[in-house]
Design a protein around this ligand. Structure first.
Ligand SMILES: NC(=O)c1ccc[n+]([C@@H]2O[C@H](COP(=O)([O-])OP(=O)(O)OC[C@H]3O[C@@H](n4cnc5c(N)ncnc54)[C@H](OP(=O)(O)O)[C@@H]3O)[C@@H](O)[C@H]2O)c1
Length: 259
């Protein structure tokens, strides 16, 4: 008979503080497509009530219908994350419909790839407004709610572009690097009751990857190695399902073939 080491014994506090997804109220931006839709469907399937925001209402309604049909709980509303009031409305809707907000997944993103010489300044402005200001609007809307509740979890979508800088992705990478930086500062200020997680996907097979430079050889290579959005949904679920006192800081999920 093997002797049981003391550290193998179940810690009673582990048993009392099992993390879970079922029953949580989770708001997700950019939830009508790609990674956001996959996160919404995965978390709803695991018993969360999801409140979904994006600009294209028809596409959002399709995701809500799919979740309804599968027996989940979802509500969608038009949200432009560049607008502070829209993100505040997303958070308020979660509270009004489901009584609270447990997690805000700031996933909405704009990815316009171009060299600086092209001077696509409207694209630059849009990436800053969506990827950076959009996340700040989420913090502005949810932080007071989380403080009042004494609990809450921010999940911010960054990118492997924030880890490996390459030409033509300068502005995009800068916004995602900023998301990582502000998330770490938020984590340090958050105290023991709130959690902050950054998820950094590598190439993921979404509308953006499928449409970007459709005729380009590089784009077809990207499409051939891209991972499914469900890989990111599972990573988000992993961070959320941890017990309350456990904060997953950052998860990088990339295709094995990505350099
Ligand atoms: N796919 C990848 O390879 C990859 C890699 C690394 C990181 N990411 C990140 O993952 C996130 C999701 O991207 P994806 O690949 O799933 O792209 P996607 O399929 O194009 O989805 C983007 C989502 O963001 C929403 N969105 C865009 N601008 C918005 C705005 N101003 N307000 C509200 N919603 C907005 C879109 O809906 P509407 O247009 O209807 O608003 C859509 O739901 C982004 O943050 C992206 O940077 C993706």
């Amino acid at each position: 008979m093997t002797q049981q080491h003391p550290t193998d014994l179940a810690d009673p506090s582990d048993v009392a503080d099992q993390g879970t997804i079922a029953g949580k109220v989770i708001a997700i931006t950019g939830a009508n497509s790609g990674i956001g839709a996959a996160i919404a469907e995965h978390l709803a399937q695991r018993g969360a009530s999801v409140v979904l925001g994006a600009r294209r209402a028809d596409r959002l309604a399709e995701v809500v219908e799919r979740i309804d049909a599968a027996g989940g709980v979802a509500f969608g509303l038009e949200v432009d994350v560049r607008q502070r009031a829209d993100v505040a409305r997303l958070v308020a809707t979660a509270q009004e419909r489901y009584g609270r907000l447990d997690v805000l997944v700031s996933n909405a993103g704009s990815m316009a790839i171009s060299g600086f010489d092209e001077l696509r300044q409207d694209d630059w402005d849009d990436m800053v407004a969506t990827n950076l200001t959009g996340v700040l609007n989420g913090i502005g809307a949810a932080l007071p709610v989380f403080r009042a509740q004494g609990s809450g979890h921010f999940v911010h979508m960054a990118s492997t572009s924030a880890h490996r800088i390459v030409p033509t992705q300068g502005v995009y990478a800068a916004t995602k690097t900023a998301v990582r930086v502000l998330s770490e500062a938020l984590r340090q200020e958050a105290g023991p009751d709130l959690r902050v997680t950054v998820v950094s996907p590598g190439m993921t097979n979404t509308e953006w990857v499928r449409s970007a430079a459709a005729d380009d050889d590089a784009a077809s290579y990207v499409r051939s190695i891209a991972q499914p959005p469900s890989a990111i949904a599972r990573a988000v679920a992993y961070a959320i399902e941890q017990p309350a006192g456990v904060d997953v800081g950052e998860i990088i999920v990339r295709p094995t073939a990505q350099s």
